[in-house]
Design a protein around this ligand. Structure first.
Ligand SMILES: Nc1ncnc2c1ncn2[C@@H]1O[C@H](COP(=O)(O)OP(=O)(O)OP(=O)(O)O)[C@@H](O)[C@H]1O
Ligand SMILES: [Mg+2]
Length: 450
């Protein structure tokens, strides 16, 4: 076994000999060791190295092992601390254990036992790091950082979500198709205090009435032909977590009644069952329909609407927040270029102009699809007009021909430069390359407008 592959251990003791002995024993057992003879040195090593566990002497001149433990608890709570202590100071070590220290040994320690404890400590540290890593990955996939947008409309949505994230109020998310309703629902769940509980989605448009009822509420064995075994429904699955009712506007009236009862009574009954089951779910619902119109035409129950619509978040269509387009373009290029393993960096200014003019009836999903296709098709590293679908190109040309839309060339040029700078987050070299001019030429043009 290579030395050092079992973990990085920091040894702290003011006694050089003690350090030497312990270090030799642990190196022999394939650990990599670091040595510190005082508090300051120990803190420095922890900040520089990826330490898996600390073994520290309790009594040291100046700041002692307990100081070190408290410091680590505050700044590096994942690093397990093991104390070595003399008889006289056992009490402090025991107190430290109650505060979360990993273990203590009375000097001289039984090295076999010490190694066994150390190996558990290192394992705990690694598991914790893994969990933290997963958390941050979930946060970047489902959390707010996955929702791109700096337009005033989106900023106000972020503020609303921030203010409701720790309550369990029901939220109705409305918006046209492709505006990010599901993405937002997940983000609400993964930033709420229910984030470590299940997030369960039901698409109310995907199933016919009977199946949907079984899907939501579950059934007992023999409840109907084909119910060969018991099945737990989505409500139960989502217990203590979040249930996302997607496309709630498609729900038929009988199921609306049943849903309302479940919300009011906070309990459900499986189909064919005779037992009430308590459930605690936060409900998020989404729709791209105008529910008040559905209510007027008696397709949707008013009482259910009020239950779901405690807070409403309206996602604006993309055409109403065009300033987000360059950001989204960069986001999707990164995403798909990464997946395709291609070096695509940007769209050409003409393409950006077309994108800014297009009405995006399919909203962000449509933009994402257009860029996905373009990234696959493009030959070089800049997406050009020929890489985007003809319908979108054509539409832009038509509106571009209207005489009132003509602008002085200088103005258009400046617009394009600003767009390019935006797209590349101010990186002038990249912007110049995308615009097909040299960096110097770009500077000159920027100079001229001052
Ligand atoms: N603000 C955003 N930033 C990044 N990606 C987004 C954003 N909004 C939506 N998307 C992406 O666009 C696609 C469509 O989003 P989503 O499925 O959440 O839309 P929806 O409103 O639920 O649509 P539908 O009504 O058709 O079900 C997804 O791939 C999503 O990741
Ligand atoms: Mg959806």
């Amino acid at each position: 076994m290579d030395s050092g592959d079992k973990g990085n251990i920091l040894l702290v003791d003011d006694e050089p000999n003690a350090l030497k002995v312990l270090s030799a024993i642990l190196r022999e057992a394939s650990y990599k060791t670091y040595q510190a003879d005082c508090f300051d040195k120990a803190v420095e090593i922890v900040s520089l190295e990826d330490i898996d566990a600390v073994i520290t002497d309790l009594k040291m001149p100046g700041k002692d092992g307990l100081h070190l433990f408290h410091r680590l608890k505050a700044n590096n709570p994942d690093i397990p601390v093991i104390f070595l202590t003399a008889y006289g100071t056992v009490d402090s070590a025991v107190t430290a254990m109650t505060e979360g220290a990993f273990f203590y040994f009375i000097k001289p320690p039984d090295y076999v036992k010490l190694k066994a404890v150390l190996s558990r400590a290192v394992e705990q540290k690694r598991l914790r790091s893994e969990v933290a890593d997963l958390r941050s990955r979930i946060e970047s996939t489902y959390g707010f950082s996955s929702i791109i947008g700096k337009s005033p409309g989106m900023e106000s949505i972020f503020r609303t979500v921030e203010s409701i994230k720790d309550s369990s109020t029901n939220v109705l998310i409305t918006g046209e198709t492709g505006t990010g309703k599901e993405l937002l629902a997940r983000a609400i769940h993964y930033t709420s205090h229910r984030h470590y509980r299940p997030f369960v989605a039901v698409n109310c448009a995907a199933l016919p009435h009977e199946l949907l009822e079984a899907e939501c509420f579950g059934y007992e064995r023999g409840a109907f032909t084909g119910a060969v075994s018991r099945r737990v429904g989505k409500f139960e699955e989502a217990d203590t977590g979040t249930l996302f009712l997607d496309e709630i506007g498609e729900l038929g009236l009988p199921l609306q009644a049943k849903l309302l009862r479940a919300i009011q009574e906070k309990e459900i009954e499986r189909i064919g069952g005779n037992r009430k089951i308590k459930i605690d779910v936060r409900l998020l619902a989404s729709t791209n329909r105008d529910l008040s119109r559905e209510i007027r035409s008696e397709n949707f129950r008013t009482d259910l609407y009020y239950r779901l619509n405690v807070v409403q978040i309206k996602l604006p269509p993309l055409r109403d927040r065009r300033t987000d387009i360059p950001l989204l373009v960069t986001h999707f290029i990164d995403k798909f270029a990464n997946r395709e393993n291609k070096r695509v960096t940007s769209v050409s200014p003409e393409v950006m102009r077309v994108f800014l003019q297009h009405d995006w009836p399919g909203n962000i999903r449509e933009l994402g699809n257009v860029i996905e296709r373009a990234v696959v098709l493009v030959k070089g590293d800049v997406i050009g007009l020929r890489d985007i679908p003809a319908e979108i190109r054509k539409e832009a040309k038509v509106s571009g021909q209207a005489p009132e839309k003509l602008k002085p060339l200088k103005e258009i040029e400046l617009e394009m430069i600003n767009q390019a700078l935006n797209t590349f987050r101010g990186n002038k070299s990249k912007a110049a390359r995308a615009l097909g001019i040299t960096r110097k030429a770009l500077y000159k043009r920027l100079e001229n407008v001052k």
